[in-house]
Design a protein around this ligand. Structure first.
Ligand code: SAM
Length: 288
């Protein structure tokens, strides 16, 4: 008998994948966790019914959430990752030659353990990499306890539900501002420009009130709702669009390159319009 898994991405749209095998299903103190092996995308981490990462397309998300910020900063020595329990963002950060130490703060130890066991290609840096530190605690609390410490902060969160709601708040962006050094910058994943327009607009407005420079960029990720994903970057000093190839260390990538780095900030007209100052929220947030 064929088995298919469907994520209902909105009340009206879903993505359906043919399942080879269900490897793990458990309830953690924070969320429902599943790892399934699919025919098309390989192993897939699913939290509360939402696809977090898959072996086949994870490289897009993990390169784009990390390398754009790391290559914008001339010396990203100290890096903090909030969330990111599958380890993919950490893997990219520690292989960057200018990074000296990366701390990852994930609230759910069971996501880390499941990823280490079933997603070795993604989780490798969490198994004792010399530049990596993995802490199991609430990222909101951790950030509030650290001042003027990080060059780059990456918010690799789940969708804004449960423990991740606070990771999309203006107070949290303020707290990140304080945890960054005086020339620091941060990047957060901010969902789909097709399905989460109000969220993107609100986050962009909140970040713009706090950071001298706020920019949105996009990447194409097949298993995420609508396939087009946004990231919001807040910077105290460095402009991500001013990078040149010399900023970018020469190591192998599969999606990111310096030309694409700059192109990712060229937005479709409907996304440009979403971000216009004074643009009011519609009251509809279609995705979540
Ligand atoms: N790439 C993914 C996406 O966009 O779907 C996100 C990957 S990662 C698995 C997200 C992680 O954020 C989860 O493991 C979740 O436990 C963690 N998380 C949620 N709220 C958190 C918080 N307040 N502090 C730290 N980690 C948190």
């Amino acid at each position: 008998m064929e088995l298919w898994y469907t994520e209902k991405q909105t009340p009206n749209v879903g993505i359906t994948c043919k399942v080879k095998e269900t490897l793990l299903i458990e309830q953690t103190p924070y969320q429902h966790l599943a790892i399934i092996e699919t025919e098309q995308f390989g192993r897939m981490l699913v939290l509360d019914g939402m696809v977090q990462t898959t072996i086949v397309d994870e490289f897009v998300y993990h390169e784009m959430i990390t390398l754009v910020g790391l290559n914008t900063h001339p010396h990203p020595r100290r890096v903090l990752i909030i969330g990111g329990g599958d380890g993919g963002a950490l893997r990219e950060v520690v292989r960057h030659p200018r990074v000296e130490k990366a701390t990852m703060v994930e609230i759910d130890g069971q996501v880390v353990e499941a990823s280490k066991r079933f997603l070795p290609e993604i989780s490798s840096a969490m198994k004792g990499h010399p530049k990596a530190e993995v802490l199991i605690e609430d990222g909101i609390h951790y950030v509030s306890q650290h001042k003027n410490e990080f060059d780059v902060i990456i918010v690799d969160s789940t969708e804004p539900v449960g423990p991740a709601i606070g990771l999309f708040s203006a107070d949290f962006y303020q707290s990140i501002f304080q945890a960054l050094k005086e020339d620091g910058l941060f990047v957060a994943q901010t969902e789909s420009p097709f399905f989460n327009t109000d969220l993107i607009r609100r986050v962009f407005q909140d970040v713009s009130r706090i950071y001298p420079l706020t920019k949105l960029y996009l990447a194409s990720i097949p298993t995420y709702p609508s396939g087009l994903w946004s990231f919001t970057l807040g910077s105290k000093k460095y402009d991500p669009e001013k990078i040149t190839a010399e900023h970018c260390p020469d190591f192998p990538t599969r999606y990111y390159n310096p030309t694409l780095h700059r192109a990712a900030f060229r937005l479709p007209q409907f996304v440009e319009e979403l971000l216009l100052p004074g643009n009011r929220l519609s009251g509809r947030n279609e995705g979540v």
